[in-house]
Ligand binder design. Structure first.
Ligand code: HEM
Length: 495
């Protein structure tokens, strides 16, 4: 009797499997495509545990093993890793279906649909607001001399602080630079300036950086296993992140409220004002600028700019100091160029940049060598698609391995050497852009702050090294060139 029952069971299982495969095929709009290769994982969690303390090292190891496109399973998500600059350009530029963003509820300030802000929004809402943001940021100074004047106020505040400490060891440079960098951005957004020693600013900026490092830097599994927030809201770090976001929401909504109270149509002073003017004139209830939704979008975008714009540039500058102390001959070459252009009788300005090929090449080498966003920012495939003969499923994450792209010997020859000359012409007189350098990623969602970031790095770096020779404190431990765990590749603490 047992045999027929087992036989029926086996037959049913096989039948169910065939039906499942046929259904899968029916849903797969693109036929005859290869499956993307990748490492085997465990049921439910996939490859999460294999990522280890430094996920980028593991992604890099797999890039060598599986080639320029491979896939990993991170909990319930499939992530497609691209480790070739040409493929990265192609996938992020051509097809709008690869310009979505994964749904991370942890970053949702208002926990509502559609997701608001710049970083996590998608589709029409994202595109309309991105165009508006880029246009308005330009009006208020991005890439203009008025922006440079704002940045220089903070450069000078940092120079004064350094002058006071001249000859003594200084720690937490990244923290000092972070406050300086946030200010110019905050002035454009709100026409308010903070004093660098304002504890409120320090606390706010520190808190958001910590959330980012904890959540996205691998300190919690929330990104890969989002359901953990319901099971362990406290232990998973969800509640802590939420509390910080609520603090930010209160602060930003308060700033918007003040602007509404003082609003004057004939005097639009900053980004908040122009945005509020757009909300006021919008009568179409379906528009994303309409009423409360419009205001929430404004608050979410301001938070995104704060997060994306402060720690990125400060971390890059912090690496700048590490590299220029580690490689004093580079520091010297930079100083010689600064003196030849300014005579050291005036400060360096962005107008000097075309005459300073070494400084330009140095900024690119710093961005390459540090690769502070080693895995870029994930995109989401909003539809199933074909790419390079592979099937990319709907909702797959797509992320570039920027660290690998920036350290691939096939592209750079001697990537392990810190050598600004690789961005110079053979005679060393001309700065040469290199398409394989993609620190701001590339394509449809490329960083909106690239110009501001480049201005910040150039102005802080050149004006600090014009005034000072910088060395590590001989009494403290010298940092290595490796990174601490975090969302960004951060240098170790140093003095
Ligand atoms: C060294 C400094 C910086 C680096 C390395 C950097 C890097 C990046 C990267 C890799 C992305 C992801 C792009 C993508 O998804 O395709 C990004 C996006 C973004 N960045 Fe930056 N960034 C820097 C500075 C800034 C600054 C100063 C701002 C703003 C003032 C900013 C604002 C943004 C925004 C709003 C996005 C989201 C764009 C979108 O989703 O459409 N970033 N950045």
């Amino acid at each position: 009797m047992a045999f027929p029952i087992v036989g029926v069971l086996i037959a049913s299982v096989i039948l169910a499997w065939f039906i499942h495969q046929r259904k899968k095929k029916k849903h797969c709009k693109v036929d005859n495509l290869k499956e993307i290769p990748g490492p085997k994982g465990l049921p439910l969690i996939g490859n999460v545990l294999q990522l280890g303390k430094f996920p980028n090292d593991t992604f890099t190891k797999w890039s060598k093993e599986y080639g320029p496109i491979y896939k990993v399973r991170l909990g319930s998500h499939i992530a497609v890793i691209v480790s070739d600059p040409k493929l990265s350009k192609e996938i992020f530029t051509n097809d709008p279906a690869f310009a979505g963003r994964p749904h991370f509820d942890i970053t949702n300030l208002y926990e509502e649909n559609p997701r608001l802000g710049m970083f996590v929004s998608e589709g029409d809402l994202w595109e309309i607001h991105r165009n508006f943001l880029i246009r308005q940021l330009r009006t208020f100074g991005f890439g203009k001399s008025s922006m440079e004047a704002l940045i220089m106020e903070d450069v000078n505040e940092v120079l004064n602080k350094l002058k006071k400490e001249e000859g003594k060891p200084i720690g937490n440079i990244r923290g000092m630079l972070r406050l300086a960098i946030v200010n110019a951005l905050w002035t454009i957004l709100s026409s308010q300036r903070f004093k660098h020693d304002d504890p409120k600013l320090g606390q706010l900026v520190h808190s958001i950086v910590k959330v980012f490092d904890d959540v996205f830097g691998g300190g919690t599994l929330l990104i890969f296993l989002p359901w953990l927030r319901h099971v362990f809201p406290e232990g998973s770090g969800y509640n802590a992140a939420r509390r910080v976001l609520e603090g930010w929401k209160t602060f930003l909504e308060g700033t918007v409220k003040e602007h509404k109270e003082q609003f004057h149509e004939g005097n639009l002073k900053d980004f908040i004002d122009v945005y509020l003017a757009e909300v006021r004139k919008t009568t179409d209830k379906k528009s994303y600028f309409y009423g409360q939704l419009g205001e929430r979008q404004l608050v979410s975008t301001m938070l995104d700019l704060f997060i994306a714009g402060s720690d990125t540039s400060a971390t890059t500058l912090s690496w700048t100091l590490v590299y220029l102390c580690k490689f004093p001959h580079v520091q010297k070459k930079l100083q010689v160029e600064i003196e030849s252009v300014t005579g050291n009788e005036r400060q360096v300005s962005v107008d000097d940049r075309p005459m300073m090929p070494y400084a330009q090449a140095l900024v690119d080498e710093i961005l390459r060598y540090s690769s502070i966003v080693p895995d870029g920012a994930q995109h989401r495939a909003t539809e199933e698609r074909e790419f390079q003969g592979y099937r990319i499923p709907k909702d797959a994450w797509i992320q570039p391995n920027l660290y690998y792209i920036h350290h691939d010997p096939k592209i750079w020859g001697d990537p392990q050497n810190f050598r600004p000359e690789r961005f110079l012409s053979e005679n060393g007189k001309k700065y040469m852009k290199n398409e394989n350098l993609q620190p701001f990623q590339i394509g449809r969602r490329i960083c909106v702050g690239e110009n501001l970031a480049r201005d910040n790095i150039f102005l802080f770096m050149t004006n600090i090294f014009q005034k000072f020779e910088v060395r590590f404190d001989p009494k403290s431990k010298e940092p290595g060139l490796g990174t601490l765990m975090g969302f960004f590749r951060n240098p170790e603490d140093y003095s």
